[in-house]
Design a protein around this ligand. Structure first.
Ligand SMILES: [Zn+2]
Ligand SMILES: [Zn+2]
Length: 236
């Protein structure tokens, strides 16, 4: 047992730990890649019974990769544990633990006595623990280094980097324009003149962020606007 402070742990229970190389943990890692619909904090999970994987799922409602999600909580730098009302993608029903139980139920699989292997997070929230225990899951395994490997800083360090390369800035002027150019440079993005060549267009009109011509986020005109714009770009 490791000496880690968990935000939640049900009375009389504890997480179990497995090596990253454990084959079921590897299966959970694959589920993270293939099933997780949350591009910011992707989590994969499998249920194992009698040495076999009987169900697999990912968080973000199991939507799979490729979803662009600009999370308002990340844009607005919401402190950990706050702002949950701003975004439904991260709600408990979409967590990997709940999704895998739903998958198993839909397939008519008896999960009683199964173990859960989760890759991508280091603890489970109260609604998820409750659901796992009510379903008769025996143990929940995370990697033995999960509290570091999947700390918020480490995960965001990987997922909060822009996959786009260029932006064009429309209608910004003066000091605001230079500030945005500076921030964009910090992110390693190139500012291009022609909208048509840019992966993303930022417009001063309502500070909209457009991706392929479609608005993906509108940043409020506040003192924090440039910081918030940068937080949008990190998620694209
Ligand atoms: Zn979100
Ligand atoms: Zn949860």
């Amino acid at each position: 047992m490791q000496n880690i402070e968990y935000p939640y742990m049900p009375e009389g229970h504890h997480l179990q730990y497995a090596s990253v190389n454990n084959p079921f943990m590897q299966e959970a890692a694959r589920a993270r890649e293939e099933c997780a619909g949350d591009p910011l904090y992707p989590v994969g999970i499998v249920l194992v019974k009698d040495g076999e994987v009987i169900a697999r799922a990912g968080n973000g409602f199991n939507k799979g990769p490729g979803e662009i999600h600009v999370c308002p909580r990340v844009v607005l730098d919401c402190p950990s544990g706050t702002g949950y009302d701003l975004c439904a993608l991260h709600d408990a029903p979409g967590h990997s633990e709940r999704m895998v139980l739903a998958q198993a139920k839909e397939a008519g699989i008896d999960v009683t006595g199964a173990d859960a292997y989760m890759y991508g997070h280091w603890w489970a929230c109260e609604p998820c623990w409750t659901a796992l225990l009510e379903a008769g899951i025996r143990d929940l395994y995370v990697t033995d280094d999960a509290h570091e490997r999947f700390s918020r800083d480490n995960v965001y360090g990987e997922t909060l980097t822009p996959s786009i390369k260029t932006v064009s800035l429309e209608g910004f002027e003066g000091e605001l324009l230079s500030e945005i150019v500076r921030e964009v440079g910090v992110l390693g993005l190139q500012v291009v003149e022609q909208d048509a060549d840019a992966h993303c267009v930022l417009t001063a009109q309502g500070a909209q962020c457009l991706l392929a011509g479609e608005p993906v986020y509108t940043v409020e005109q506040t003192e924090e606007m440039v910081k918030h714009l940068s937080n949008v770009l990190k998620q694209l």
